[in-house]
Design a protein around this ligand. Structure first.
Ligand code: ADP
Ligand code: MG
Length: 339
């Protein structure tokens, strides 16, 4: 007789991840693969993102927040495509020394967000690695057939629009790196900025509004300036944005003004660079026809997502950042790049 003892891998899956596999197609994580029936009249939208310790989060960050960020960066992609979540897979590569306490907290954070965003776990893989903790999530979403919003589609004359506020997560990361010492930021302002870095807010509520009004969209993950350049390039257009119109949180405004008061330079590019190129915003960047902007902003407001027009797409291929007197601002780099 062969008795099959569950391996540690099996018991991790069973104990921590099976409770999150609420989609019937997940087959309670008892099979080799999940099963999804295509729904008539809908397209699947599929995206993957890997988050790695030391690159996307600090190794000693709280495990529940690491899980939430890993899922939310994927949900942010779905939101920007106008999609609604269907489910997600999780490939977890961790050290053999990862303990049950850490796993319990990780699964709890993930479970809370799977529930909150109606995105059940469909399956995944659990492996050991001698390297840093790495979490790869693939999220599957759906849109009514033919309605996914692409990066291509912005037209000259469309407004450049962003959701929420820009630069907070980059400032939060800067504050973590400098142990709280960022000019213009008070001690009380830092936790909120750090929260924006650790736990982004995917703009899923904006998805149906984008489907109705946007000519093009993407989520801002690597910094507004570089991501705008990517969207413009895919659309075959140029664009300008005006720094005076950037939606900034109170703390970001303080940090910017403080630096200007030290350097004496209006539009000093250094702090602006952090805000425009630091990344991790996970806000939506989109192209909205000018005549539709009012209706778009109203619908976004009803979905509780603030939106701001910060510039315009133009013909040609240039992407420009204009300062408060209309002067061109040169940034040291456009966006975060891994390589
Ligand atoms: P296989 O050897 O066929 O890849 P596994 O034993 O790795 O199967 O996985 C068994 C089941 O558990 C599969 O349904 C798989 O999708 C699921 N699974 C494994 N790891 C995870 C994980 N980290 N999160 C979610 N589901 C997982
Ligand atoms: Mg298998």
């Amino acid at each position: 007789m062969i008795r099959r003892e569950p391996s540690r891998e099996d018991s991790i899956i069973e104990r921590f991840f099976r409770p999150l596999a609420k989609h019937p197609g997940a087959l309670a994580l008892g099979d080799d693969a999940a099963l999804l029936a295509p729904q008539a009249g809908f397209d699947f939208v599929i995206t993957a993102d890997t988050t790695t310790a030391g690159v996307h989060f600090f190794p000693d960050d709280p495990a529940d927040l690491i899980a939430k960020k890993a899922l939310r960066v994927n949900l942010s992609d779905l939101a920007a495509k106008g999609a609604e979540p269907v489910g997600a897979t999780l490939a977890l590569s961790m050290s053999a020394a990862t303990g049950e306490v850490w796993l319990e907290k990780f699964a709890r954070g993930l479970g809370e967000d799977c529930e909150a965003f109606a995105c059940p776990l469909l399956g995944g893989d659990t492996t050991k690695t001698p390297g840093p903790l790495s979490i790869s999530i693939t999220a599957i979403g759906k849109v009514p057939s033919g309605t996914m919003i692409k990066r291509a589609g912005a037209r000259p004359g469309d407004l450049v629009v962003v959701s929420g506020t820009i630069g907070d997560a980059a400032l939060g990361l800067l504050a973590l790196k400098r142990e709280g010492l960022v000019g213009g930021l008070s001690r009380e302002q830092i936790p909120e900025l750090v929260r924006r870095y650790r736990v982004p807010e995917p703009r899923l509520a904006l998805a149906p509004v984008l489907r109705e009004y946007a000519n093009a969209a993407m989520d801002i993950s690597d910094g507004l300036a570089g991501d705008l350049a990517k969207l413009a390039a895919q659309s075959g257009v140029g664009a300008f944005i005006e720094t005076a119109r950037l939606p900034l949180s109170g703390p970001a405004e303080n940090a910017l003004r403080n630096e200007q008061s030290i350097t004496g330079l209006i539009d000093d590019p250094h702090m602006l660079s952090t805000i425009l190129t630091g990344g991790d915003d996970y806000e939506v960047l989109c192209a909205i026809p000018e005549t539709e902007f009012h209706a778009f902003a109203e619908a976004a407001g009803a979905a509780r997502v603030p939106v701001t027009a910060i510039g315009r797409f133009e013909s040609g291929g240039e992407v420009e950042v204009l300062g408060s007197k209309g002067q061109r601002i040169t940034l040291d780099r456009l966006s975060y790049s891994h390589f």
